[in-house]
Design a protein around this ligand. Sequence first.
Ligand SMILES: Nc1ncnc2c1ncn2[C@@H]1O[C@H](COP(=O)(O)OP(=O)(O)OP(=O)(O)O)[C@@H](O)[C@H]1O
Ligand SMILES: [Mg+2]
Length: 235
Amino acid sequence: MLTVDGLTLGYGGQPVLADVSFTLAEGEALALLGRNGAGKSTLMKALIGFIPLATGRILWCENDISRWPPFRRARAGIGYVPEERRIFADLTVAENLATGLRTPDPESPLPPWDIARILSLFPALTALLNQRGGAISGGEAQMLAISRCLLGQPRLLLLDEPAEGLAPMIVHDMIEAINLMRAAGLTLLLSEQMLPVAHACAPRALVLGGGRVQAAGAMEAVLEDRALIETWLGV
Ligand SMILES: Nc1ncnc2c1ncn2[C@@H]1O[C@H](COP(=O)(O)OP(=O)(O)OP(=O)(O)O)[C@@H](O)[C@H]1O
Ligand SMILES: [Mg+2]
């Protein structure tokens, strides 16, 4: 469904990543691993179209979307939940959710998301619907950011460090929600620094380091490569 082919990109002519390639089949989950500054968020921003490519191309459902603006990629089914979550502080949780709502594409093979389905995925949001976005916890804001994105009816979800800064119990809930999204047929690309979280969410991993892809393959095989994870993940 997604083919990333030889991407080189960065900021202001300074490359951050070179020659990044991978593919994602429908319904697959892939974890992007790498230390702080490895380029995980940069790659996600390039996939949604916030950063132009220096070289390479991105194919989505057989279309070359490399030069499409972000709104067109979103409309074509790519959802993006940024690391910084970007909740509207002055809107209520319900109003925040409403900003993401899009009419489902009748051709989509995935069941549509509505508020009831969102609240069964994240029951903690039920009691918060009338609360201001600025007055909820970090974990609740992460649930809200993901929910708002799901209401846009994506087929691929780009999740940038969904468990970052969450309390251990909330991390557990987040892993469970991510696995429910996978079970519902969503394709996932998630960046993660916590290896146990990545392991619990994705059967495949891609390790970024030194501006390139250092390894890609089955999660178990990547995590068993001690030299690799010591060098590139600092574990
Ligand atoms: N807006 C920007 N302008 C210039 N350089 C940037 C910008 N954003 C990020 N960078 C640089 O690009 C590199 C990759 O950053 P990026 O945020 O993609 O890493 P990351 O893997 O997401 O790290 P983290 O785990 O800390 O979120 C870093 O060297 C960073 O300093
Ligand atoms: Mg990041």
